[in-house]
Design a protein around this ligand. Structure first.
Ligand code: N7H
Length: 483
């Protein structure tokens, strides 16, 4: 199957490949002088936007230098720019064509909050909701001082044309925790492969996978202007997603969620519940996520961690869930089984229509000695890209993570009836912040029939700000949007 190559020079770098980042500044702002803003963007900012091509080349440099003994101490920095519906309105006027209904509603709309069981807007970070957010800069780099330097440079170029509403810096965790999120789990292990961009590692035997187990998805699921998935077939080419105008080509929607993580509370809960259930606490935490902290999937190592497997890209995604029909290895509700059920549902074609590319970064300090209840705000600046917010991010949150009946139709062994899997224990949200249950925290592996339930009274992941953005192509930034 021949695929049109992606126009990487025109796509912003964070969208398909994820900009290289040790540190990332998120600058949310309001456009206060439209004409000046357009001039400054056109004259000074567009040329500084980091393209996907640039990110791709930097990846190659890092790959080459990572040879024996070499250190990947690259000083790359990146700049990307996105707009909310209000920002597009500022640039294109109220008569502009309308985009995805979820994007036009926005993350802060009461219907969105209600649909996703999000905490009320009044509880979000007050600086974030203090004014209208039109736009966001993503500024990435190797360390805080270079990111601060580049931030000041960009703000100086924009001058009085904007007013910053909220800015916050995320950074990777230190030392051995690098690449791990705050609960301790390796992140960034599984991403969809993109047809026409991700090269199959075994082109003859596995032409539809990048690395083993990494299913290739048609690029139109993530970038406008390209073929998407066939709704009836997991690998066939489908229609390109509809665009409100040709300028949307090479653009993508970004979902941003500032998710606070209650780390001491999570650890305490896991320790107490593991003691109650009579099981290892690391195994219980792994059964909540679906992977061990090392990244090793439970489907391949259901009883004990095999830490070499976790970081091995050739093996750490090479599994399905269909051959674990009684959740003996991995609970149905485990975060990764909910968020990407692979072959676990009646239609794998359908599952492939709900994929996202994640590009978040942790924020906040490490847990301080003696911090037994959260005293410092920390968590994940969650970012994901897609061409339909409703069918991709919102579907995963609402229909999978928040839906205690998903995955449907699973039966208990020995004809003991149907299973209610429960909520995703990491990101699932019940109505009105209610308690959540998860089925089968105790591992009946390789056999056994002990029925257990995990009751989770509070959220360990709490939404504190959110926004829906459109990340236009670099050419649209240079032309239509700044005309
Ligand atoms: Fe999730 N975690 O540490 O438990 N996530 N996630 N996520 N997540 C994944 O594969 C985590 C969040 C997805 O392809 C891993 O990179 C935390 C949201 C998807 O097999 C770990 C938070 C949404 C995948 C975590 C959080 C998703 C995934 C395994 C919030 C979307 C890929 C490592 C604070 C609605 C699944 C990896 C696949 C993986 C964690 C948020 C979705 C460890 C702590 C909001 C699609």
């Amino acid at each position: 199957m021949k695929t049109a190559p992606l126009d990487l020079d025109d796509i912003q770098g964070d969208v398909v490949l994820g900009m290289q980042k040790n540190v990332e500044n998120f600058i949310f702002f309001k456009i206060v002088d439209k004409a000046l803003f357009k001039t400054r963007i056109k004259q000074h900012v567009v040329t500084r936007i980091t393209s996907a091509q640039r990110v791709h080349q930097q990846e190659l440099v890092i790959g080459r230098r990572k040879g024996p003994g070499a250190k990947a101490s690259e000083r790359f920095h990146g700049l990307n720019l996105g707009f909310t519906k209000d920002g597009l309105e500022q640039l294109a006027g109220s008569a502009r064509p309308k985009l995805d209904p979820a994007f036009e509603r926005g993350a802060a709309h009461k219907d969105t909050i209600e649909a996703l069981n999000d905490p009320p807007y009044s509880t979000w970070r007050k600086e974030f909701v203090a004014d209208r957010v039109d736009s966001v800069f993503l500024i990435t780099g190797a360390d805080r001082s270079s990111v601060t330097f580049h931030t000041n440079e960009v703000l100086r170029l924009l001058g009085a044309s904007i007013r910053v509403v909220y800015a916050e810096i995320g950074n990777v965790r230190p030392g051995a925790e690098r690449g791990h999120e705050h609960f301790g789990f390796l992140d960034g292990v599984s991403q969809p492969g993109i047809r026409g961009l991700t090269r199959p590692s075994q082109p003859i035997y596995r032409p539809d996978q990048g690395l083993p187990g990494q299913d290739l998805v048609w690029p139109g699921e993530f970038v406008f202007g390209y073929s998407g998935q066939d709704p009836a077939h997991p690998t066939n080419e489908g229609q390109p997603p509809p665009m409100a105008g040709p300028w949307m080509r090479n653009g993508s929607y970004m979902v941003f969620r500032r998710l606070e993580q209650k780390v001491p509370e999570f650890r305490k809960f896991v320790a107490e519940q593991a003691a109650r259930l009579g099981m290892d606490r690391e195994l219980l935490a792994a059964r909540m996520v679906g992977r061990w902290k090392s990244g090793t999937p439970l489907e391949l190592a259901p009883q004990r961690d095999d830490s070499r497997l976790g970081g091995d890209g050739g093996r750490n995604n090479d599994f399905e869930f269909g051959d674990d029909p009684s959740q003996r290895k991995c609970p149905y509700a485990a975060h990764i089984r909910k968020a990407y059920p692979r072959d676990d549902t009646a239609s794998e074609a359908e599952v492939q229509r709900h994929r996202i590319i994640r590009a978040g970064i942790p924020f906040g300090p490490e847990v301080a000695p003696g911090e037994t209840t959260t005293r410092h705000s920390r968590g994940l600046m969650f970012v994901c890209y897609q061409t339909s917010i409703e069918r991709q991010f919102e579907f995963i949150q609402k229909n999978y993570a928040n839906n205690p009946d998903f995955v449907v139709g699973k039966l208990r062994p020995g004809g003991a009836g149907e299973v209610a899997p429960g909520f995703d224990p990491i990101i699932g949200q019940a109505p009105a912040n209610g308690a959540r249950q998860m089925d089968e925290p105790f591992a009946n592996f390789p056999a056994g029939n002990r029925r257990t339930t995990l009751v989770i009274p509070n959220q360990f992941v709490v939404l504190t700000a959110a926004g829906y953005f459109f990340m236009p192509s670099i050419s649209a930034l240079r032309t239509v949007l700044t005309a």
